[in-house]
Unconditional design. Structure first.
Length: 299
């Protein structure tokens, strides 16, 4: 096939347009990912010119001789479960409210989305000040309201530190879910909504039988992105607590970073990263397949 003929072939045109993007993806995504997998079977301190092949030693070490790994694993599971519930739920409620014709809704949308574009480390700095038990915003407000007994060391108490960090994470990420749900609400058929109202359906029944089915593709996207974002949570935890106190906020992504960049055991850090990747795939891929199968059955 000549070059002139290929330019008129839609498949050839698509391939030509995809090649640059695929090359960039391979260099900056696939190759680093493959390199991390290879590194997980090696011992390397980041400085030596040679890497020592150690087989499954790194995996054996994190599973059997690293108690912090299992603490980080438990915290990551808790964090992921909360991320699947609260950001999507609050985002959906905000989207339903701001999809109504109310005064200043565009400004309110911008206000709720603003935290998304703030760097996580900046968010951590802001919330670290607000959580300060002596001079922070929350302590000052509770003192003003005469509720001094509610003042706690929000980031220093190992029983509540993880949940305190998650509140800051929720504040930053809920706007992203809100925007996705707002986009999904634009696809809800107003004809069906009006027909349901004429038939006497209330707001809850309209939402359940008309709005919610139309939002299923959006819900799938929001949940998948929430899982991926929660499993790789790092910046905000590092900025607020650094994994403390007593590893009570330690996460898998943060522990992988600590092993590699602070303890200089890149092999063990890579092994933790591979485990995190496998967990992500084990959660996301079955959910996507189930969702696709469910949609095919309904169609």
């Amino acid at each position: 096939m000549s070059l002139r003929q290929s330019t008129h072939d839609p498949r050839a045109q698509a391939l030509i347009l995809l090649v640059p993007a695929l090359a960039i993806y391979a260099v900056f995504a696939l190759y680093p990912m493959l390199n991390v997998v290879i590194l997980s079977f090696q011992k390397w301190n980041g400085l030596d010119p040679q890497r020592q092949f150690v087989g499954l030693t790194n995996y054996s070490a994190i599973f059997t001789r690293d108690p912090v790994f299992w603490v980080a694993f438990r915290n990551t599971v808790i964090w992921t479960m909360m991320s699947l519930i609260f950001p999507p739920m609050v985002g959906l409620l905000l989207a339903l409210s701001l999809n109504q014709k109310i005064f200043g809704r565009n400004g309110l949308r911008a206000i709720f989305y603003l935290p998304v574009i703030i760097a996580p480390i900046a968010v951590a700095t802001m919330w670290k000040w607000m959580y300060d038990p002596f001079f922070g915003l929350f302590s000052q407000l509770l003192t003003t309201w005469g509720m001094q007994g509610w003042i706690k060391d929000w980031l220093g108490n190992r029983d509540i530190a993880l949940y305190s960090v998650f509140v800051a994470y929720l504040w930053q990420t809920v706007g992203f879910s809100m925007v996705l749900f707002l986009a999904g609400l634009q696809n809800v058929s107003q004809t069906l909504v009006e027909a349901a109202r004429i038939d006497g359906a209330g707001r809850w029944k309209v939402f359940k039988h008309v709005t919610l089915p139309a939002l299923r593709p959006t819900i799938t996207i929001v949940l998948v992105l929430s899982v991926i974002s929660s499993l790789k949570a790092f910046d905000i935890v590092y900025g607020l607590t650094g994994g403390g106190p007593a590893q009570s906020t330690q996460m898998l992504a943060l522990w992988a970073f600590t092993q590699a960049m602070q303890i200089f055991d890149f092999g063990r850090g890579a092994a933790i990263s591979v485990v995190l990747l496998l967990i992500t795939m084990a959660v996301v891929i079955p959910y996507l397949k189930w969702t696709q199968k469910h949609e095919e059955v309904e169609s």
